[in-house]
Write a protein that binds this ligand. Structure first.
Ligand code: HEC
Ligand code: HEC
Length: 516
């Protein structure tokens, strides 16, 4: 028989081991376990980064930028010095945890434990036999806080000798006329620095400082801390440039998901005839995300344009819509400069606005990708023109993505574009009412009118079904009468009803397809 003492000792020992195991389990080891990391890798990373870590996973060919080739051992977002090849492990953890905005690289922080992430990092380092720590780090000196003086000094340095504008353009929109390739020979684009949501790291001045100090390995983004660079910057100067670049972030034309309605403003005089007329400022812009067209039979994954901002004005006769989107290249086929940087064959830049043929009474809208036979749509399209043909406007009757017919006479539609420093502005104007009411929308005040957008970047080989697009949003001609509050209440009720209906239906479809 075991005595009490023995039993007690047994329990104490068991508990102690248990606690030890528990506490070991909770501690995170930055020296990840590569064997465990392999399991994580095969499950979560292989599909893009490939079994061999060479960035050639099954999903890779659709991705722009392509997944990192880990066999090179080079990383873009690092805080070690420009002349140290190795990144810091914390740099890798950050990218794995938070993901890389503007690319397909997801953040894993919600799905993997910190230990899983350290383990998988240990595993991916094996592909290039990376060992040890970087010899040198980026030097930060004393951070200079942002101020109007610092921003002004930074702007000067940004433009001096075309230091940054050489690639990023005079306004930072990534529109400089230059063809850039990464070390693997794949096409890369300089960042549009005004789109803070596309930064791989962030646009906090400290992150920008780190990028201009360390450069972005594998790409043509150089280090400006390199004493051999003839455009090098001192620590102080780098802080000024970082403060300037951070100040470029768009604050007005950014996507606010709650803004789904473009409010057209009524004006008493003529609608502005130029895209650059300040009269457009009477209406505030609404900005939407655009995605690649990946729902049609032939899918396209690499659309270049990612947002579009819209304003609308109307008077007693006409409605005018101004579209604004950043496009790095003014694509005019025949133009030798534009031809030289085009990705595939150079096509025209173009944009289109889509309307149903009638304002829906219920909430049933046509299919958002150019309608179908039962519910056709109308597209107003503006094209940039070529060196031989001027810009043009067209009305297309559409019954699906590959069933478009251009109308002979563009019933009263006029369009005009203007390009400056990486931004297109195009306006389209049409009478509120036309004689062919059976064929196209007749505008009415106070009604929620479905509206959607398409854009083609001609230097990215975008034409026909290769384009960026939005889903349906709403256009509202804000009534000028006292009836406003009532109409709003009715419409709001309709909208809520409609959303519920749609939700119910798509839930039914979802469960239906899951069952089949
Ligand atoms: C859906 C595709 C996809 C998946 C899945 C994916 N990645 Fe990536 N990853 C990318 C792309 C694309 C890039 C390149 C982004 C760029 O070059 O800006 C990238 C880049 C990276 C980088 C480079 C960071 C740097 O600073 O250069 C690391 C590290 C990385 N991925 C780790 C992982 C790990 C670990 C997993 C799995 C847990 C994973 N990725 C899963 C697409 C993916
Ligand atoms: C020779 C061309 C070139 C020059 C000159 C250049 N850049 Fe870049 N820059 C690039 C490219 C290409 C990228 C995108 C790299 C990638 O694919 O991730 C980039 C990306 C960036 C980013 C994005 C960082 C992130 O987190 O996504 C910042 C910020 C930036 N550059 C700032 C600057 C500043 C400031 C200067 C001048 C001091 C400058 N660049 C000069 C080519 C250049």
């Amino acid at each position: 028989m075991m005595g009490d003492g023995v039993i007690r000792t047994f329990w104490v020992a068991t508990l102690a081991t248990g606690f030890l195991a528990l506490s070991l389990g909770a501690a995170v080891s930055k020296d990840g376990d590569a064997e465990k990391g392999e399991t994580v890798y095969l499950k979560r990373c292989l599909q893009c980064h490939g079994e061999e870590g060479d960035g050639l996973g099954p999903a890779a060919e659709r991705l722009n930028p392509p997944p990192r080739d880990f066999t090179l051992g080079l990383y873009k977002i690092k805080s070690s010095a420009f002349d140290a090849d190795l990144p810091n492990d914390e740099d890798l953890l950050r990218m794995v945890r938070d993901g890389m905005p503007g690319t397909a690289m997801p953040g894993w922080g919600d799905m993997l434990s910190e230990q899983d992430m350290w383990d998988v990092i240990a595993y991916i380092k094996i592909f290039a036999e990376l060992e040890g720590k970087p010899e040198k780090q980026v030097a930060y000196g004393t951070r200079i806080e942002s101020s109007p003086e610092s921003i002004a000094a930074g702007k000067k340095l940004f433009l001096a000798d075309d230091r940054c504008s050489e690639c990023h353009g005079a306004e930072g929109r990534g529109d400089a006329i230059k063809k850039l390739k990464n070390d693997n020979g794949e096409r890369t684009w300089p960042r549009n620095l005004t789109k803070s949501w596309t930064y791989r790291a962030s646009n906090d001045p400290k992150d920008i400082y780190t990028r201009i100090s360390a450069g972005i390995p594998t790409t043509q983004m150089p280090s400006f801390a390199d004493p051999k660079s003839n455009k090098k910057l001192s620590i102080e100067e780098r802080w000024h440039v970082a403060n300037y670049v951070a100040s470029l972030a768009k604050t007005e034309k950014v996507v606010r998901p709650e803004n789904t309605v473009i409010k057209a403003v009524r004006v008493e005089n003529k609608l502005p005839a130029s895209p650059d007329d300040p009269a457009w400022d009477q209406a505030s812009p609404t900005t939407f995300f655009m995605l690649s067209q990946i729902v049609g039979k032939v899918r396209f994954f690499k659309a270049a344009n990612d947002t579009i901002s819209v304003r609308a004005l109307y008077n007693g006769d006409k409605i005018g819509i101004r579209l604004e989107w950043d496009d790095r290249t003014k694509s005019i086929p025949g133009d030798s400069k534009a031809e030289s940087i085009a990705e595939d064959e150079l096509m025209e830049d173009a944009v289109a606005v889509q309307f149903p043929i009638k304002i829906p009474t219920g909430m049933e809208k046509p299919y958002f990708l150019m309608g179908d036979a039962a519910k056709p749509v109308t597209l107003w399209r503006w094209s940039s023109g070529t060196t031989e043909v001027p810009e043009s406007a067209a009305i297309l009757d559409a019954k699906g993505i590959d069933n478009l017919e251009s109308r002979d006479a563009a019933t009263g539609l006029t369009a005009k574009g203007s390009y400056r420093d990486g931004t297109w502005r195009a306006i389209m104007t049409r009478p509120l009412r036309t004689e062919t009411a059976d064929k196209e929308l007749q505008f009415e005040e106070g009604r929620f009118i479905p509206i959607a957008f398409f854009a083609w970047d001609g230097s990215n080989g975008e034409v026909d079904t290769r384009h960026a697009m939005t889903t349906w949003y709403w256009l509202l001609l804000t009534p000028s009468t006292g009836a406003k509050p009532i109409i709003f209440a009715i419409v709001a009720a309709l909208l809520i009803g409609g959303v519920l209906l749609w939700w119910g239906r798509s839930a039914a479809v979802r469960s239906g397809s899951a069952a089949s």
